[in-house]
Ligand binder design. Structure first.
Ligand code: HEM
Length: 128
């Protein structure tokens, strides 16, 4: 895993936008409108906030080879079946993050960054 390339994209994205959460969920719900209704109880955005924080922690953990991140992903898959998240759609959250960071990085997004994120997303997809 090319951790340096991933960390570089996160840094570029955070320089371009201090709080990417609204952009990430806008992109997620733009691509998967049916998922937005699952958050009907999340009136203050607290769930979406802690969910995104968990996703960031998982990414940072995977870059360091942490087993905890792998556990959080597999536990999260099971938990989200109970929330009504269709099978196979759990991972689109990470793709929405990647796509948002790609947009925020603009011309700073390299082929190396694209390949590094593709590796990370396939590693996440392989964790059942
Ligand atoms: C598109 C994919 C996803 C959808 C639609 C989704 C949807 C939801 C919903 C609706 C809840 C609230 C459930 C409730 O309290 O009734 C929730 C909670 C949560 N989700 Fe996701 N989720 C997704 C992906 C993920 C991913 C990838 C993670 C990372 C492990 C994650 C972590 C969490 C956590 C930690 C909570 C609990 C937050 C809290 O109660 O404060 N979610 N999710």
């Amino acid at each position: 895993m090319n951790s340096a390339a991933i960390l570089d994209t996160l840094e570029r994205a955070s320089e371009a936008c201090a709080d990417p959460a609204p952009l990430i969920y806008q992109r997620l719900f733009g691509a998967y409108p049916h998922l937005e209704s699952l958050f009907v109880m999340d009136r203050d955005g607290g769930v979406r906030g802690s969910m995104l924080e968990t996703c960031f922690n998982i990414i940072f953990g995977l870059l360091k080879g942490s087993e905890t991140s792998r556990f959080l992903i597999s536990a999260g898959r099971m938990q989200h079946e109970g929330y009504g998240v269709p099978d196979g759609e759990f991972d689109v959250m990470f793709a929405a993050m990647r796509d948002t960071f790609r947009e925020l990085s603009g011309s700073g997004w390299t082929l190396e960054a694209e390949a590094a994120w593709a590796d990370l997303l396939s590693e996440i997809a392989a964790i059942k």
